[in-house]
Design a protein around this ligand. Sequence first.
Ligand code: ADP
Ligand code: MG
Length: 288
Amino acid sequence: ILVGTAKGAQNGILIKGGEYLETAHKLRAIVFDKTGTLTRGKPSVTDVVATAKHTEEEVLQLAAVAEKGSEHPLGRAVLEAAEKKSIKIPEARSFKAVPGEGVVAEYDGGTLLLGNRKLMAMYDAKLQPVEANISTLEEAGKTVMVLSNGKEPLGIIGLADTLKDDAVDTVRELKRMKIEVVMLTGDNARTAKAVAGKLGVDRVVADVLPEQKEKVIRDLQKDGKVVGMVGDGINDAPALAASNIGIAIGSGTDVAVETGGIVLIGNNLRDVVTAIKLSKATVRKIKQ
Ligand code: ADP
Ligand code: MG
């Protein structure tokens, strides 16, 4: 076990305890978080669509107003896009992030909403004028945010994130090892399916709120499977803890890195495969 752990460290894999090395070879399902784990987690704005009475510039500006204080990668991408176009971004009167849904800002006597369908539904905003545009972008694998002033939609913003270089290979290799690969995301089903198609994952669970990620793991475990979870975000921590082996991306948030039993300090997804192979080799040696 000591040798196995040392070998892991040499390969950019931090294994926090012998039990993880002894369990990894038993994994039958691995759940991957999408954003920041399978994808780079650095989305950028690719499309801005305005409804009849508005301009694209206006849509981007008001979206940036709503995201001004945002820490979320999607929010930062909007700010970057607005800054690139030298658009002035005034301060909103107040700002509130709704985890897994979007942001709400009080501005210019109105309420700006920017986020996904769940957020729009909560405020009863009309989606129908932009529905067709949303579907088109989602089918292309893009994440779509709707911007609305109260119930009135102003436009939509499409963002794309790129897959990590080794994501496709990693998924293929795991499937070859007869391990079920599941992708978990707070993104909507259509976008998630488009991304999953490129990756060849077996199963997609989309539209999950941060607090539901853990339940997905527990449900898989109910089938008697040893389940691994790979993630990077604060919102992945409960799922990492619930899984039989939590695997954190080294460059992820501190909470994820602390919670994971295995940390990929080299930030290579392929090291998930390496860790399992290492576990197999170690257990074989022990039995010998
Ligand atoms: P993931 O699970 O993919 O890492 P999150 O749970 O952080 O994603 O967010 C899920 C969804 O909630 C996003 O795809 C987006 O539609 C919406 N969302 C979250 N935060 C924001 C934000 N700051 N601005 C706009 N939309 C947001
Ligand atoms: Mg993530």
